[in-house]
Unconditional design. Sequence first.
Lengths: 356, 623
Amino acid sequence: MSTASTAPLAEGTADGPVPVKTGPSGPRARSARAYLLYVAGKLGGAAVSLFAVLVTSFFLFRIIPGDPVRTMTHGRQVSAEQLASLRHQFGLDLPVWQQFTGYCVKALSGDLGISYQFHAPVGELIAQKLPATLLLTGVAVVIYSVLGLWLGTRSAWHRGRLGDKVNTGVALTLWSVPSFWLGLLLIITFSVGIGPIPGMFPTGGMESGGATGFAYVADVAHHMALPVVTLVAVGYAQTLLVMRASLLDEMGSDYLTTARAKGLRDDLVRRHHAVPNALLPTVTMVFINLGHVAAGSILVETVFSWPGLGGLFYQALSVPDLPLVQGLFVVFAGAMILMNLLADLLYPLLDPRVGR
Amino acid sequence: MDTTTVPRNARPSSRVRTLLAVGAVGATALALAAAAATPLNPAPRQVKAATAAADGKRTLTVAVSQSVDSLSPFLAQRLVSTTVHRLIYENLTNYDTKDNHAIPGLATKWEPSPDKLTWTYTIRENSRWSDGKQATAEDAAWTFNTMMKDEGAATANGSFVANFKKVTAPTPTRLVIELKKPQATMAALDVPILPRHEWEKVGDFSKFNNDKKFPVVGNGPFVLTDYKVDQYVKFRPNQKFWRGAPKFDELVLKYYKDGDAAVAALRKGEVSFAANLTPAQAASLAASRNIKVNDAPGRRFYALATNPGARSKDGKKFGDGHPALLNPKVRQALFAATDRRTIVDKVFQGHAVEGEGYIPPRFSAYHWKPTAGQKIAYDPEKAAALLDEAGYKKNSAGKRVGKDGRPLDFRILCHAIDPNDKAVGKYLQEWWGDLGIGLKVDCRDNVSDPWLAGEYDLAFDGWSVNPDPDFVLSIHTCAALPSTPKDTGATDNFICDKKFDELYAKQTTEYDAAKRAGLVKQMQSRLYDTGYMNVMAYPNALEAYRTDQIKAITTMPESGGNIWGQDGYWSWWSAVPADGGDTSGESGSSTGLVIGIGAAVVLAAALGAFVAMRRRSTAEDRE
């Protein structure tokens, strides 16, 4: 971030409106054209990545050892004829190249196939569970990103003081805690209740069932409280630490001295000058985290019996249920590509030097 | 303070503020929108849960962990799904809670023709579908015929109709099944009979999951009223069930993907019953008030399987099993050096029974014990002597070496996720190590591949046994071997023994129950003597329920048996609610809901106040 100090100086010295031409060949038009080119480049890159993911997902999961038919029928009364019939039904008796072309043609038309174990379209299964995952992980990521940004900024600004030590100490401790263990502790303490603490929250699930309207929203929020707290507690440290480190990088910069020399309050120097320049790495990480939202959190979803995609992925892998595992991989990777794309598109807005 | 040096339009703070604001608003919006948009479509469902206790509704809530694979009996293979089907549909027969013998279900009686090739079932007249229509022999004939004709409909239970030649329903109360060859298991057809008038509308059975229209039409003791993937399955009692209606007002299978969370829910009273407990969980629950731990004989056996040299039906050999294991004395020595008592006491912490015959003692009619002279007891000295006799003497380094100079170093396949396999593996390393035998405990996430390829020496094995033992016996016949090394057969560990096969063929056609049981015991005796399948223990089923919610419940076997995964619907059908108990288990949640919402409101207010204060403190600077 050593070069970042030039930008705010340029901005800071642009005291008053800069005279610009408004014609089609003026700097603004050139800047817009550059941005459009930048956007087009990023979109093209994302499309290529997505196609690569589509192809990779087919071969990646065929490397995993295991026979889906045997795993699914293990321990059950099945004849050799039934096993052969299931293989035929799933298309596993076809040569790999035929399976691959069939998969590509279908995938490009939006059909991800039929799950072996659930006998339902993969798209439908994913759509069924995606909202639950987006809700839980999405809320948690947004909360811990905002919390991490805020606490990281405070820690860096007051570096070395007691507040900073407590802040980073607590965050690092929570980060080291296994999420399933923390989740179980929260269930025992706040769901079942210990001593004077009453059991305030449900022990698991997403809803009690049957409620409608506001009661339903409140019911879901009630079920969501502990898993969100768990995810936030173990997750906010990384945003905090990245924000703290990048702000510390900025703090010795000349432009901050200039800002102070102009008589700005310390609070303003921090918020208006230092933080915006320290944001870029943090924003990258926040978007990476948002990319992970679709994948959910297998451990937290399991401990709180949250009906999300994390658990579905685990079940799909253990068979392996090839169409389902491929479909989920495409969705997870697609979400990551999309979020990276969004981050790329946002950079020029946060830092005008990007994309020029 | 002069702040005009910072042009308003260039203020970076607006971006930060916007980002934070977007974050906060996003979190709220996401929470509300996703909650509203979640595919949960709570339309015409019974409103209860939080208000259940107030309504006086007596709900029996059972914690389950396995996802339903399908609600169509043609497709469902998992235990939780077949349990659901056992509650909502009748099979032709059921099993007695005392000794598992076949008793009437949808059929009141069944008899074979003198040539043993035709079975006639009399269908009861007092079983109605939950939509009011009569359940008839035609429904049964349609169910079996569909499985015989349609590949998709044969997915789950095709093996039951593999030997059927023709199925007809000459009258509404008479079902006739013609067989290709005699079959002794005709009173054990665990196939749910479906209402033809509902199911014949289905187009593709391989894709129909029976999970869109509720209530599901059935004729079992319960009616399935609602289902949400990995959240719950709800039932109401079938008031017209011919055996009598269940006593609880509602049965809910509620999902707990984590065992410890299920135990917490049981402790709190959110669920009435939890199964598959670990010994530690059982010990901790045993001390709790209003909770009864049920430590019952299980239906599984836990065995040491030996690779007898993998081969296919075409006579080709494959795999790399250790040749020393083909010597019966070596197999006997290994089992004689396996302390089953210690395995039960230390690994299963007392929650198991020492293994002997192949079929667990729970199935008393078929359980067999070795005679005193036959039994291979734990005796390390005898084991050493057997190895000496077999020509595997200890060398100077203390290792047992064969005449070919190859040491006795074995591999044992273990399931990476099974702590029992790992613990027993460590004991075996110690016990067999004392004899001079090396053992590599090969724990894998997926044991299927080496297992099917015959690339192992020994393996930890276990099967859940049905009241009719035909299937667990069939997996050790030559007919179960794969056709070629590339194929997959139904075989368990490639055992192919002529004498065992002869006995198997005899029991298949023996319709006299006592004589058949005698043959099954002879088969177990043969299996024991050949020593390729050594049962070490029968693990118990550990489960617990709340006595303030369930007053009485039928176990299977009736005396000291288990509750979850019975052969039949006995436990949930017979469960009696406790008097005055809070059976909903959700009343605590409703209080919690209020407190929770209150806490959220306070938090939001605090956040709002904080932001407002921040804004005010810098207002001057912004002017």
